[in-house]
Design a protein around this ligand. Structure first.
Ligand SMILES: [Zn+2]
Ligand SMILES: [Zn+2]
Length: 342
């Protein structure tokens, strides 16, 4: 039996059988979920029915990180049975940002499982998915779907690294070792940077070391003054205000601070004077563009050990339990969702 999940209210996931009789929409392929994964954005919607100031207007299927098998190519070049990575950014292809190759900033973008798209589009936490064929990236046969689900979050991390200009030999500090921070660490290490990771939680710093961080620091166990002006680039991946101040302190003169974290609406006390005094470049990072392709290629090449970045796997029917575990903060690394058996 095919299954679908819906967030019906804060902390309420409803799981029902999915019956799909409608024809596949033009330009779309019909897919069967292989593996999906949970993101901080899903967690915000789950906990608050809202994210970054956008409130959901009706129940929606969460999930924008997934890979799937093609069941109906619907006249496209895709092959039945082919594993594809799903790019969730459905851009208009005609607005100015799209024409500049900045589909993350598309003014008419559609994104699944998000209140930013009205009417909302269902996300990927369901067995049967119709997705635009141009947003389906076929992969080599040997790719493990448990790794391929990292394509979207890895693309976000790579975009932040690109905004920070991270390259070989750079000293890079990553503040926050949640799933996004870990992917930024793995991506920076893959580029040959010297990476230091910081988190409040010893367990998260341990995983950061496994992800390749050369140095791991637990907040409260070192002197912040030792970090002063030590880093070419700081990637802020925690969303915590004290981490912004650490970043501004730790970055060198004319260095860059790249904001990868999902920032919620709030007032914050940040030492803006350091941006002036050190001529720091602070850069926002929102989703990704060409980095989706970069991420898929990194996964195909096997350059990152995604198994050490995976905290736990849940079946599709237990998405609610998976989100509760994520909310508890007890999971270090990514939580992945396996399709229900057919
Ligand atoms: Zn995400
Ligand atoms: Zn556009």
């Amino acid at each position: 039996m095919d299954m679908q999940t819906k967030l019906t209210a804060a902390r309420e996931i409803e799981t029902t059988s999915q019956s799909v009789q409608t024809p596949v929409p033009a330009g779309h392929a019909r897919l069967r979920l292989a593996v999906a994964s949970l993101c901080g954005t899903d967690l915000h919607y789950y906990a608050h029915f809202a994210n970054a100031g956008f409130v959901l207007q009706n129940p929606v299927t969460l999930g924008h990180e997934a890979c799937a098998y093609v069941t109906d190519p619907n006249g496209s070049d895709l092959a039945v049975g082919q594993l594809v990575a799903l790019n969730p950014i459905m851009n208009c292809q005609t607005c100015d940002p799209c024409l500049r190759g900045e589909e993350n900033l598309c003014t008419a973008k559609k994104f699944p499982g998000s209140a930013t798209t009205v009417p909302h589009l269902d996300g990927f936490f369901r067995d049967v998915i119709d997705h635009p064929t141009r947003c389906c990236r076929p992969v080599a046969r040997h790719v493990d779907p448990r790794h391929l689900t990292f394509a979207e979050p890895m693309a976000c991390a790579l975009h932040a690294l690109n905004k920070g200009g991270v390259s070989k030999g750079h000293k890079v500090l990553v503040t926050g070792c949640g799933p996004m921070g870990l992917l930024a660490i793995a991506g920076a290490v893959a580029r040959g940077a010297d990476v230091t990771a910081i988190d409040l939680r010893t367990g998260a710093v341990d995983v950061a070391r496994k992800a390749g961080a050369h140095h791991g620091l637990v907040i409260g166990e070192f002197d912040e003054a030792d970090l002063d002006r030590k880093f070419d680039v700081v990637v802020e991946a925690s969303g915590a205000i004290p981490a912004f101040n650490t970043a501004l302190k730790a970055v060198r003169q004319k260095g860059r601070v790249s904001i990868l974290s999902n920032i919620q609406l709030r007032e914050a006390k940040v030492n803006l004077n350091l941006i002036m005094l050190k001529e720091i470049e602070v850069s926002g990072s929102f989703q990704f563009n060409r980095e989706f392709e970069e991420a898929v290629q990194l996964i195909e090449a096997g350059s990152v050990d995604f198994d050490v970045l995976t905290a736990q796997a849940f079946p599709l029917g237990q998405v609610g339990d998976a989100l509760e575990l994520m909310a508890s903060g007890a999971a270090f690394g990514k939580i992945i969702i396996l399709a229900s058996e057919t």
